[in-house]
Design a protein around this ligand. Structure first.
Ligand code: MTE
Length: 395
């Protein structure tokens, strides 16, 4: 286990040094103010306060398999709504037999399954993307990821109650926040294919939830109080917070964050955006969280810790994590320290021999289908889904 307090203190200094002088400077948004610790988010480094975007330090991130809420990244595009629980109502409409308007108490009457699922931002590791060629957006390191226990009504139960019309194919979600983009103001929205909702058996790990609780506590305002979607295996953007409205449709949502934003594009021209499908699944990934970049190592043996994320494919788990200290010539098999579960990250540790010649550590993961994390990835204009081998330079 990691000595969290010491590791986190050391890493905070490192984080500030790296972020203020390094990768962030590259794209011209270097600012000490941006990376100050927020009073109410004391374990997180804050990229921006309005909207709130913050991530834990790498050693803090892997101190436990279930990520404590105060170490869980926050990714918001607009304001953080303060919602009154008593007057809150969720509407379910569109291609349903009976539209519903549900209070929190009514939502609580559905069975309340609990799942553990990892939530990952599509922009996780964007700062590495920007080292290839600068990309706009929050320059996330490897901390825009967290693994939590979620509890709430399952979307399949709610949709069964509303009754689906035959032409139903997609489910849209809308939040209560307001986002500004291109001179327009609108709510954040997401959308998933209906098949994803009914793919997982009731109460099984892949269940799509209307979560009201995170790690046995009501959701905090930053994480979507009172209700948010949790879509296991999909990019975090589909797990809409401050959920206000569900619309069943025969097509994906026209919301900006489905129709335009979360797409893999080379240039981002209007035509290219229109021609490309929205991103849904997260790909296979892994990262080293300790030691952190810039750490001075003595020759000898060190413990390396990190996470690996299986792709968001049903039944697929992490089967192998390997670490190299000689630029990928030889690899040491890491010990996997949790059960192999679909839609959940795997934490791992590896003992590595280092010499004066050791200049970097590298990790790569393999999934249960035998697919290996790619050595490099193709650059994309929005900096999404960066999952190349993770390199950590050391002294
Ligand atoms: N939902 C709303 N309403 N507004 C948002 O800005 N951000 C999305 C998603 N849901 C967002 C949202 C993105 S991009 C991610 S990665 C996750 O929420 C982050 O969830 P978290 O802040 O609880 O970690």
């Amino acid at each position: 286990m990691i000595d969290t307090s010491a590791a986190s203190l050391i890493d905070r200094r490192f984080f500030l040094r790296q972020f203020s002088a390094g990768a962030i400077g590259l794209i011209g948004v270097s600012s000490h103010r941006s990376f100050a610790l927020a009073a109410d988010e004391s374990r997180l480094f804050v990229h921006s306060k309005a909207p709130m975007n913050a991530e834990p330090t790498p050693p803090d991130l892997v101190r436990s398999w279930v990520t404590p809420v105060d170490s869980f990244f926050i990714r918001s595009h607009g304001n953080t709504p303060q919602v009154d629980a008593d007057s809150f109502r969720l509407s379910v409409e569109g291609l349903v037999e009976t539209p519903l308007t549900l209070s929190l108490a009514e939502l609580g009457k559905f069975p309340q399954p609990e799942i553990v699922a990892t939530l990952t931002c599509a922009g996780n590791r964007r700062s590495e993307h920007s080292r290839i060629k600068p990309v706009k957006g929050v320059q996330w390191r490897e901390g825009a990821i967290g693994n939590a226990k979620w509890r709430g009504a399952s979307l399949s139960d709610v949709l069964k109650k509303a009754g689906l019309r035959e032409s139903a194919k997609h489910v849209w979600f809308e939040g209560l926040d307001t986002v500004e983009d291109g001179g327009k103001t609108f709510a954040f929205g997401g959308s998933i294919p209906l098949e994803k909702v009914f793919q997982a058996k009731d109460n099984s790990p892949g269940s799509v939830l209307l979560a009201t609780s995170m790690n046995d506590q009501p959701l905090t305002a930053d994480h979507g109080f009172p209700v948010r979607m949790v879509v296991p295996g999909y990019i975090g953007a589909r797990s809409v917070k401050w959920l206000n409205k569900i619309v069943v449709s025969d097509r994906p949502s026209p919301n900006h964050f489905v129709a335009d934003v979360y797409k893999l594009v080379d240039q981002g021209t209007l035509l290219e955006v229109a021609e490309n499908a929205p991103i849904y699944r997260m790909p296979l990934n892994s990262a080293i969280c300790t030691p952190t970049a810039g750490t001075t190592l003595q020759p000898g043996r060190i413990e390396v810790l990190g996470y690996a994320l299986p792709p968001g494919v049903p039944g697929v788990t992490i089967s192998l994590v390997e670490v190299s200290s000689d630029r990928g010539q030889t690899w040491v098999k890491a010990k996997l320290t949790a059960n192999a579960l679909e839609y959940c990250w795997q934490l791992w540790s590896a003992e590595i021999a280092t010499t004066f010649a050791t200049k970097e550590l590298i990790v790569r993961a393999t999934d249960s289908r035998g697919e290996v994390q790619p050595e490099t990835v193709r650059w994309n204009a929005k900096g999404y889904l960066f999952n190349a081998w993770h390199h950590v330079p050391v002294n």
